[in-house]
Design a protein around this ligand. Structure first.
Ligand code: KIV
Length: 266
């Protein structure tokens, strides 16, 4: 166990204030959770990416709240100091009431924070959750649950208007009470601007090196996935075992050597 203290939203906020990077991994079971914690990684996202990675679907849309609750329970049995984020899946947060009900299920399964995808339409839900003691991580940029509306898994925010909208939504989710923000597949320059504008930690994936933290999917960073998006680095290819690959990911995020320019978008 290399994590010195239990990670909380205060720990992550303190990292941002101190200009210290941190890392997060999307993982779904007790064994990987234990390895992740031992590598010193402070946050695990029980992401709806499990719909593609574990269930073999071609999108995250079929994932249910029960799936995320089950995997959150599995992850929480494998670690004790890691902050666990439960991802609300497609269709599970369409109203404030439904969002509260499903967030409670994930918190009772072992999550310490919930995440959902979207901006303006979620502001009331963000406030309702935070008022009731449930920390929220927002998710902007490429929001995979909207793959059909977006016309594919595409980089978001390249056009000036769309970039301004993403920045405005990031400011709005922070104002509504979000404790953290994931930015997925946006130009590095936009992610850096958003990170510098917000007081809350910003976690990037395909968003360049300017964010406060980085997240990758466990299976992707170990080269186990059938696809390898440009923003992924296979850490296992450079290391003798999974444990050292996870540690290398954490070290490279903290020292700023991952992501490199080639992992980002212009
Ligand atoms: O579901 C997931 O794993 C995610 C990350 C890729 C950010 O949302």
């Amino acid at each position: 166990m290399s994590t010195a203290k239990k990670a909380t939203i205060n720990t992550l906020q303190a990292h941002k204030l101190a200009n210290e990077k941190f890392s997060m991994v999307a993982a779904y079971d007790a064994t990987s959770a234990k390895l992740i914690e031992e590598a010193g990684i402070e946050v695990i996202l029980v992401g709806d990416s499990l719909g593609m990675v574990l269930q073999g679907n071609d999108s995250t849309l079929p994932v249910t709240v029960d799936d995320i609750a089950y995997h959150t329970r599995c992850v929480s049995r494998g670690c004790s100091k890691t902050l666990i984020i439960g991802d609300l899946p497609f269709g599970s947060y369409t109203t404030v009431e439904q969002t509260l009900r499903n967030s409670v299920k994930l918190m009772q399964a072992g999550a310490h924070m919930v995440k959902f995808e979207g901006g303006t339409w979620l502001l009331d839900s963000i406030t309702a959750l935070t008022d009731r003691g449930i920390p929220v991580c927002a998710h902007l940029g490429l929001t995979p649950q909207s793959v059909n509306a977006l016309g594919g898994f595409k980089v978001q925010g390249r056009e000036p208007d769309r970039a301004r909208t993403i920045l405005a939504e990031a400011q709005a989710v922070e104002k509504a009470g979000a404790s953290m923000l994931v930015l997925e597949c946006v130009p590095s320059i936009l992610a850096t601007e958003i990170t510098q504008t917000l007081a809350i930690p910003v976690v990037g994936i395909g968003a360049g090196a300017g964010t406060d933290a980085q997240v990758l999917v466990f299976h992707d960073m170990l080269g186990l996935s059938s696809h390898s998006p440009r923003f992924v680095r296979n850490f296992l290819a450079e290391c003798p075992d999974v444990q050292s690959a996870l540690k290398s990911f954490n070290d490279c995020v903290i020292d700023g050597s991952f992501p490199a320019a080639e992992h980002g978008f212009t």
